[in-house]
Design a protein around this ligand. Sequence first.
Ligand SMILES: *Cc1c(COP(=O)(O)O)cnc(C)c1O
Length: 232
Amino acid sequence: MEISENVKAVKERIANAAALCGRDPSEIALVAASKMNSAGRVREAVLAGVDACGENRVQELLEKYSQGAYEGAPLHFIGTLQKNKVKYLVGKVSLIHSVDSFSLLQEIEKQAAKRDLVQDVLLEINIAGENSKSGMEASRLPEILEMAAPLGHVRILGLMAIPPICSDPEENRPYFAKMRQLFVDNAGKKYDNSLMKCLSMGMSSDFETAITEGATMVRVGTAIFGRRDYGI
Ligand SMILES: *Cc1c(COP(=O)(O)O)cnc(C)c1O
């Protein structure tokens, strides 16, 4: 009950943010960031109509997957991904948001080729240049898109970023704006294999700001499921 009401409220906030900047709310996908929530709670979010579920950890994803948590919604991977775990995800998830190096992309290519499929991905950009964050440097993007062009089993649908944690969402507006610029600049170049139609940015604390700066996917956890209990 609570989760479905939260989903409804988040969707309203998405629609309001879209209206504020003259965008069509149907261009913006709501991805439920469901880490640390049980399969049952994830089901509630799916039934309440989120557009996709996003998980951070491979092990947790596989457990909840086997429990049927995601049935009826596309499943995305949004967390840091180690190369040796790629094989568990390819073909199971419809989108990997968090490709942070060319060597990870090559591993996805290899695993997708084995299964004779094309895996959709986003490239994660370390937009604030934080040492503690994963993601590639923005300046490397053209080179990586060029190197990715001959790969036949991955398709780059766009970009993703996780800007710094902030108390005021306006603090992240410059990072969201930079992401949008990067997205637009590289979309114009038309590399093979890259479509540049998804821009994944914005979380519970700042998704409205991200939408007004052009996000097409927001990843929302706390505003849907409540605060995560880390047991500390
Ligand atoms: C947890 C998480 C989110 C959602 O965070 P909230 O602040 O709870 O909305 C979004 N993106 C990623 C990559 C996450 O790990």
